[in-house]
Design a protein around this ligand. Structure first.
Ligand SMILES: [Ca+2]
Length: 215
C-alpha cells in the first residue's frame, strides 16, 4: 500500500512537472512571436549600409522647422559605435527662434502600429554638448499626422558613447479636433538640440532599435 502511494506521488509529480514545462514553453513561444526585431523595423538600423556613399534610411525630417544636416561619419575620422559608420548630425538654426539649434532626423521605414501598441526604443549616441530625444511620430494610414510620443526626451549627450532607451504607447490625437486619431503607422525620429549660445553641437548616432513590447 505504501509502495502504491509513493508510486502515485511520483507519477503525479511527473504530470505536474510536464504540464508546467508545456505551459512555460507555450508562454515563451507566445512572447517570442510578439517581439518584432529591430532589423525588421528600421531601415539601416546599424547605420552601416552606404553603397556608393549614399545615406540609406535616414534623413532630416520634412517638413520641419528644425533644419540641420545629417551625414555619414566614417572611420578613421570618427570611430563608430559599431561597424564602419555612424550618423553625424549637426543641428541648424530653428526658424523664428534665435540662437536655438535643433534638427530631427527620421528613419524612412513606416512601422505598422495602432493605438495602444507599446514600443521600446534604443539608440547609441555621443556629442560635444546638446541633448538627444527619440520621438515616435504617429500617422493614420492615409498619412494624417497624429502628434508624437517621446520615449526618450532631451537627455544630455556626453563625449562617450551612451545608450539612450525608453518605451512609449501609441496614442494618436487629431490636432484639429483633439479626438483620438486612428494610428496606422509610426516613424522613428532622432531629435538633436544644441545649447543656446554654445559652440556648434555635433552629435554621433549609431545602432538604433525599436521593438514591440508584448502586452
Ligand atoms: Ca554602425
Amino acid at each position: 500500500m505504501k509502495t502504491n502511494c509513493s508510486l502515485a506521488a511520483i507519477v503525479l509529480s511527473l504530470v505536474i512537472a510536464l504540464a508546467f514545462a508545456f505551459l512555460r514553453s507555450d508562454l515563451l513561444w507566445a512572447q517570442n512571436t510578439n517581439v518584432i526585431l529591430a532589423e525588421d523595423q528600421l531601415l539601416n538600423a546599424d547605420i552601416d549600409q552606404f553603397p556608393d556613399k549614399e545615406l540609406i534610411g535616414w534623413k532630416v525630417a520634412t517638413p520641419t522647422p528644425y533644419p540641420g544636416k545629417v551625414e555619414r561619419a566614417i572611420q578613421p575620422t570618427m570611430t563608430a559605435y559599431s561597424g564602419k559608420f555612424c550618423l553625424m548630425i549637426t543641428p541648424g538654426p530653428q526658424k523664428g527662434i534665435s540662437g536655438v539649434l535643433r534638427t530631427l532626423v527620421a528613419n524612412q521605414k513606416k512601422i505598422p502600429a495602432k493605438n495602444g501598441d507599446k514600443f521600446r526604443v534604443r539608440v547609441w549616441a555621443k556629442g560635444n554638448g546638446g541633448t538627444i530625444g527619440i520621438c515616435l511620430q504617429q500617422y493614420s494610414n492615409a498619412g494624417a499626422w497624429g502628434s508624437g510620443i517621446w520615449p526618450v526626451f532631451q537627455k544630455k549627450l556626453t563625449g562617450d558613447w551612451r545608450e539612450f532607451s525608453g518605451a512609449g504607447t501609441v496614442k494618436g490625437v487629431n490636432k484639429e479636433t483633439g479626438l483620438p486619431l486612428e494610428v496606422g503607422y509610426i516613424l522613428f525620429h532622432v531629435d538633436i538640440a544644441g545649447n543656446e549660445g554654445a559652440e556648434e553641437v555635433v552629435a554621433y548616432v549609431d545602432d538604433a532599435a525599436i521593438e514591440t513590447v508584448p502586452q
